[in-house]
Design a protein around this ligand. Structure first.
Ligand code: PEP
Ligand code: MN
Length: 356
């Protein structure tokens, strides 16, 4: 199903800079909301974000002020002229946000993962003209993300965009949510005219990562950024570690290099970036494989098992050769790759077995 889209037409800071949505993770108090909005507006930010309803992994955390905070957003609009944005997760949120004149809605990662919830929101939006941004689902499932886009678009929302906020991972990493850049890149390939925003705050989970992630997003052709900004980040009621003051945000945005988008060199650049990203993933996977292989060596050492198990080696080469052929690669090429991987793996195992 093709999406029927219109441009988002959101106010940017300048043609040289991306569209930026900024504001605190949560609307905590009226004063906190107004202060953040005043400072952000002073730096030219045109769209103010604040969470009114907060989806928390576990009960007991701050779950947002709800409806009571909506007049604070109206005050932001009246006093600064900024557009206002908030997260909606239920038809009631949609109804209340629309009634309060919120200008842009986004759908959170936990909600996107649930087609029932998305359909309910889509039904509540039928007949309304408002820009909606859809965060990727918490799990790396591009089809689920696109499906959510189709449901909302099917309800007649044409000013639609995506927010890349990273993906949950069981493995420890420097990120709160793994960026897995190949997913937004693939989304761009599948739906070229869909604007994609990057949310470096929720990908990084730490304020030091906002600048490098924002730059990476720009380099990969993101259309905009959504960044959490709070006047007193360390005292924030939610996501304290990943928020920056408006001053710091302005500094980060000033330093961003937004590259020329001359069409032909741009598509070549984007293809090369995809290759770089995949090569990165290859190295990470190889290193993970070697780590497990060293683990096996420790086991073999303890149980006095030989390093080289010919049967197992033959099995790997045959199975992967056949799989590679199914994916359109030469069997010999796959064999050569796996022979090289296996030989490095054996070298590392021998290293461990001979040690001490
Ligand atoms: C948020 O934007 O504050 C939020 C809850 O984000 P996510 O849905 O990406 O976790
Ligand atoms: Mn947050």
């Amino acid at each position: 199903m093709e999406l029927d889209l219109l441009p988002l037409s959101l106010p940017g800071i300048s043609p040289k800079r991306p569209v930026v949505i900024a504001g605190p993770c949560s609307a905590e108090t009226e004063e906190q909301v107004i202060n953040a909005a005043r400072q952000l507006s002073h730096y030219g930010i045109g769209i103010f974000r604040a969470g009114i309803w907060k989806p928390r992994t576990k009960p007991g955390g701050f779950e947002g002020n709800g409806e009571k905070a909506l007049p604070w957003m109206q005050r932001v609009k009246a006093e600064t002229g900024m557009l206002t944005a908030t997260e909606v997760a239920t038809p009631t949120h949609v109804e209340q946000a629309l009634k309060a004149g919120i200008d842009l809605l986004w759908i959170g990662a936990r909600t996107t993962a649930n087609p029932f919830a998305i359909q309910d929101i889509a039904d509540a939006l039928r007949g309304v003209d408002i820009p909606v941004l859809i965060k990727n689902p918490v799990n790396p499932d591009l089809e689920l993300w696109i499906g959510a886009m189709q449901r909302i678009n099917g309800a007649g929302i044409k000013r639609l965009g995506a927010i890349h906020r990273g993906f949950t991972s069981y493995d420890k990493s420097i990120y709160r949510n793994l960026p897995m850049w190949h997913l937004p890149i693939e989304l761009r390939r599948r739906i070229p005219n869909l604007p994609i925003f990057c949310d470096p705050s929720h990908i990084g989970g730490r304020r030091e990562l906002i600048a490098p992630l924002s730059q990476q997003a720009m380099d990969l052709g993101a259309d905009g950024l959504i960044i959490e900004s709070h006047c007193d980040p360390d005292c924030a009621w939610s996501d304290a570690k990943q928020q920056v003051t408006p001053d710091v945000l302005n500094f980060i945005l000033d330093k961003l290099i937004v590259r020329d988008t001359a069409a032909s060199t741009e598509s070549l650049k984007s293809l090369r970036e995809q290759i770089d990203e995949i090569d990165n993933t290859l190295i990470e996977l190889l290193s993970k494989r070697m780590r497990i292989s060293r683990e096996i060596a420790r086991y073999k050492k303890e149980h006095n098992v030989a390093v080289m198990q010919t049967q197992r080696y033959k099995e790997i080469i045959d199975k992967r050769g056949a799989q590679g052929a199914l994916c359109g690669m030469q069997v010999d090429f796959i064999k050569a790759v796996f022979e090289a991987i296996h030989s490095e793996s054996v070298r590392q195992q021998i290293d461990i077995i001979n040690k001490g």
